[in-house]
Design a protein around this ligand. Sequence first.
Ligand code: NAD
Length: 375
Amino acid sequence: MRATEHDVVFEAVEEDAKMTKKIKFGVCGIGRIGIQHCQFFSQDRDRYELTALCDLDPARVEAAQAEFGGRGYTDFAEFLADPELELAIIATRSLDHARNAEQALAAGKTVLLEKPIGVTAEDYRILQRLVGTHPGQLFFGHNHRFEPAFRNTQAILAQGLLGNVHVIKLCKHHPFMRRNDWQMRLDCGGGQLSVWGPHLLDQGLQLLGAPVREVRSDLRRILTPGDADDHVHITLVGENDVVAELEISNAVALPGPYCTLYGDRGALRYDQDQKTIHLKYLDPNFQWPEASAQAETPALSQGMCAERELPWIEETRQVMPATSLWHQVEIEMVRHLFNALRQNIPFPVKSAEALEVVRITEIVKRQNPQFQWVG
Ligand SMILES: NC(=O)c1ccc[n+]([C@@H]2O[C@H](COP(=O)([O-])OP(=O)(O)OC[C@H]3O[C@@H](n4cnc5c(N)ncnc54)[C@H](O)[C@@H]3O)[C@@H](O)[C@H]2O)c1
């Protein structure tokens, strides 16, 4: 049968409605981060509608319902059976993530999974399988990919101001934090490798820009009353020979910069507060003149460098947008997820990238058998 003009217009309107239809979402695990998801996704009223809330603790469900609305559940299976629920945001404890995602996908939901997306080798296998069986339905919440300072840094690198980067240092330093919650117990899937590890690994891999050739690591327990790692040092070497040093520590009385990059035309640095980026780079018009190293002992009055002075440009840039990074990472997740689900714009955190974080985490765990890892 030939489509009439009316059919074509109708289909276009239907397609338009599908593209803009609100995403009915629910949050499971209404803790520190779950409540943030409730807030930031609900705030985007034109694109999202909170439909369901779930937590083992009925008081948390009631409090969140009073603030955000939606139906309340204390049982995950019942939450997943909510017929209106399209997007299930999983913000339960780390050890449950992979299995919760599996259950939610089996119930036909789209899933946004909190980090760490997997904690055990078995989780890694589950996630690998789910990515294959549910394309376009499972999204990984590596939200710190969207830190404004990190995005600004990526833009600076794309401009080529630093030349070729050979060293990346990312440090999340907490000045003497004697953390004592479940996140510092290995039997609960805690430890900084799981807490901040996914964020720094994700950023480090993005900056590295090549497959990882080598992983070296050293994990310690310095201050926490728990049995988990609270000081993490990981070195990644890329197939491009770039080195990324990642450090997460609860035991640095004098925190160092969050990010430092060395390139062959300059360097970049920003502090833990991530408000400004300090740059020092060679004038983009400058070309190195030909030079060679001499075997003779130089005269005492003579320097050791081919150039006496270099045309440095030094600047401090305000990180943009100049908002709270904690809010911005949520706002960006909300926006990108809608684009992925309704506009077919690929979600910036690709599944293979998120799985690579888990693969490296497993290597780090094997390199640090002094810890009693679960699973
Ligand atoms: N992406 C980020 O920036 C970020 C920030 C903080 C936490 N996280 C991650 O989010 C997860 C949660 O962290 P948190 O600090 O919010 O923890 P939390 O302990 O504050 O909250 C977890 C909540 O999940 C509930 N819960 C546990 N099992 C459940 C189940 N089976 N069904 C329903 N509810 C259940 C608990 O009752 C609790 O309210 C962790 O894996 C953590 O690593 C991510």
